[in-house]
Every structure is written in C-alpha cells, then in structure tokens.
Write a protein that binds this ligand. Sequence first.
Ligand code: NAD
Length: 489
Amino acid sequence: MTTTLSPIDEIIAGVPTGLMIGGAVRPASDGSEFDVLDPATGRALARIASGTVEDALAAVDAAEAVAASWAATPPRRRSVILTKAFELMTEAADDLARLIVAENGKIFADARGEVVYAAEFLRWYAEEAVRIPGAIQTAPAGSNRILVTHHPVGIAVLVTPWNFPAAMATRKIGPALAAGCTVILKPASETPLTALAIAKIFERAGVPAGVVNVLPSKRSGAVVEAMVNDDRVRKLSFTGSTEVGVTLMQLAAKTVVNTSMELGGNAPFIVFDDADLDEAIAGAMIAKMRNGGEACTAANRFYVQEGVAAEFGRRLAARMSALVVGAGADSDSQLGPVINSGARDDIHALVRGAIDEGASILTGGETPSGEGYFYPATVLADVPATASILNHEIFGPVAPIVTFRTEEDAVRLANGTPFGLVSYVYTTDLARGLRVSEQLESGMVGLNRGIVSDPAAPFGGMKQSGIGREGGAEGLLEYLESQYIAVSW
Ligand code: NAD
C-alpha cells in the first residue's frame, strides 16, 4: 500500500534527520534521538539524532580537517559560494518557511519574512568577503610602518535559539564563512529541521564538506562544553537567553575563547504626546507582534505620555483583539501558538501578576482550551511602573502600558532594567527623538520605526543584552583576529 504524504511531510522527508558532520549524515554515537514537536498541535513531526560529546568532538575534527584549506580559499571564491547559497535559499524560501511554521509555530508570513531576512545575510556577507579590511600607517616615532591584517579567528561553535531558526543561523554562518572560518552549528532542539535544511543548501552551493557541520542535541550543555574546552575551537557565538549566555561566558573564560553574545532583550517603546498616533500604532503592532512577540527585539514595555495614553491603549487593544489566532500554516492566521506549554504558562503568570499589582486588561488575558499552545493578543493598561512583568522578557503577545509625564521620566523608566538591546521612540520632534535616542542605553533604537533588524546594520545589545554585533561590517570583525606587523624602515 502506498501512502500519500501531506505537503509538510514531504518537505520534512527531504530534510536529513541525523548529525551533519564532515559532509556525511550520521546517527548519534549512542543511537539516541529526540522528537521535534509542532506547537500548533503538540504532536511529533520528526525524530532527530541527539549528538553526544563524542559526536561533538568528531565535529571539531571535521571542522579542523578543512580549516586551513577554507581559510586559504580565495575570498572571491568564498563570495561566489555564499552568493550561490543566497540564491538557493531564495529559491527554496516557500518550503523553508513551511518548515519553520511546522517546528516553530509562527505564521507563514512571518516565516517567509524570516527566510528573506536570513538569506540577505548570505548576500551581504558574500559582498563583504572580498572587502576584508587592512591598514598601513607610519609609527609616530617614524621608525617603522604599522601593518595591520585580519585572519580568520578559527573554528567557530555557533549556538542558536528557536525563535528565528533560519536567521539566527545565517547571521552567524554568513560572516564566519566570509571570514574563512569553519563552523559547528548547535541549533535549538525545538527547531533543528530548519538548520539541517540550511546545511543542505550550503552543501549544494559548493561549501566543502566539513566547513559547515550541524550538531542537533538534547544535551546542549555537555556538547557545547566539550567543544569550547577543546583548544582547537577559538570562537563561540551564542544567541539566546542572558542566563545561558552567562554560563557560556564562564565556560569560555577557561580557555580564553573569543565570544560574541546576543542575549535577552526587554525593549521599551516610548510614545510622546506629539507622536503621529497612526504611525505609533502601526509600529507598535510590528514591534510587539512580529513573530507573535517571540523576538528579542519585541516591544516589552510601552511607556506612553499621559496626554495620549488612553487613546493609544484603546487603539492598540482594537488592533490586537482583531487578530485571527490559529495554526501558522493556516493562511487566515495572524497569530500562531507560542513555542510550548511552559512558555505559555510563564506568559500567563506574568499577566496574572500584573493584574494583581493593579493593571487592567483591555483585551486578551485568558488561556484558551484545546490543542496547541495558543495565547491571545493581550493589552494591559494602567500598569504600575514597578510591576514585575516589566522586569521580565515576556516573549509572547502581551503589551503592558505604563503612563509617564516628562521626557526625563521616559528615559529613566526605559533605562531602568539590566537589559539594553533595542528601544523604540515615537515623536514628531526630530531633535527630541535624537536627544532621547542618544540617552537610551540600548545597542539599537527604532526612531519612528517598529523594526530595526537589517543585515547591513550592527545588531546587538548593551548591558546584559550582550557583547559584540552581528550584521554590517562589525559582524565580519567578530570572526577575524587582527594581526599587526611592525616593519622596520
Ligand atoms: P536559550 O538560552 O534557552 O537557548 C539558546 C540555545 O542555547 C539553544 O540552542 C539551547 O539548546 C542552548 N543551550 C541551552 N542551555 C545551554 C547550556 N547550558 N549550554 C550550552 N547551550 C545551551 O534561549 P531560547 O529559549 O532558545 O531563546 C530565547 C532567548 O533568546 C530569549 O532570551 C531571546 O531574547 C534571546 N534571543 C536573543 C537574540 C539577540 O540577537 N540578542 C535573538 C534571538 C533570541
């Protein structure tokens, strides 16, 4: 009897389910596997090999075997391969987006947008690969020349989260390959299929075996520790929570491994009385609801000046309550499920806590029954500035609104957390917009704009939101070591 596969099953059937090491797909050394779940139903989509410490070291062997030849590959050749990967990823965008929807839960439009964004990192770094900077200058004493060159930092371990399974991978792999590094990607165990599908794209684009290795594993701590403790690994690039980032910085300290840390956010979204409210509401919907609120850049705290706070709340609640909640694969859906039941419970606990502390619900706030991990778009008004929800990354479709009086209050409240990834400011007074932006302790500011992510710009945080930048010219430098040669004259 032949069975007909559904379109998504057909896509999944084309994705390797093993570890991708040295150009081969293999099972875990101890045969272990784990399930990948569909957040819209809670059901298993696939079983994936769960890498062991032995596998992790085999991946380092594979990355080492080709490290010198990849570093010596002419930048133009690396650029051509990255361009090809960009083209193949663009061609495969619909299928990749369906895969992201299946394992992450986000709506198709968000997944499709993510793939376009992810592919752009490959194009941008294809263009940067042939522009690796250098310098020559005269020493102040006149005795010699100072020659500065850049070299690939070496084997890089890349650890990525589940919320942008394609973009967080290419934002690291693009610059790493452009710089001449070989890599081992450890994707989040919630979303390994996208990473494995992308690795196949690199293979088809002509990336030599061993340059990009993928190690899915349920034993993240053990496998990452084994690789970072290996002297051959010289770079650890991590995107994820601040809590895990702190652990990994301590780990990297042992062998003085170069680290880049893209960590948690807690973005303030400031609306002044003089803002264009249509623009502010449109920006709020993007900053809050892109990816269903599961973004490190998600607006987490809305600070609205007293003259427009009530109207802003009303209008935001009207837009949020109109969103159609449903499985990401359903073309009508505008808000998909969150990643798992634990995440949903955490979000609901923050909402209940805010209500206990005095907030009122304008819309949402109830966990629906039925299958899947859905949570409604929720707006909370009159949130006290001290409410605990404002000190947590909500990572879900919840918008708490706090009212403020003066510009100084807005800046103080916005800067009042240990995080500093991104801030949003809405005002029609450009001087005020720039003055406030410069006072905000965040690596990025959206000024009258609800989205900042751009492969051409340096993405990253201040304070406990991280160290280092991804994207732009800065993103390439994270994978390069500077060397200076003093030349006698
Ligand atoms: P997470 O920190 O739980 O996991 C991230 C990755 O680290 C996953 O691959 C996970 O398997 C791995 N990991 C977990 N524990 C580990 C350990 N002890 N040792 C080594 N690896 C370990 O984060 P998440 O829940 O997957 O993602 C959400 C978080 O990521 C949020 O805090 C969000 O703000 C952050 N994030 C930041 C950015 C950014 O650019 N700053 C982008 C996206 C997400």
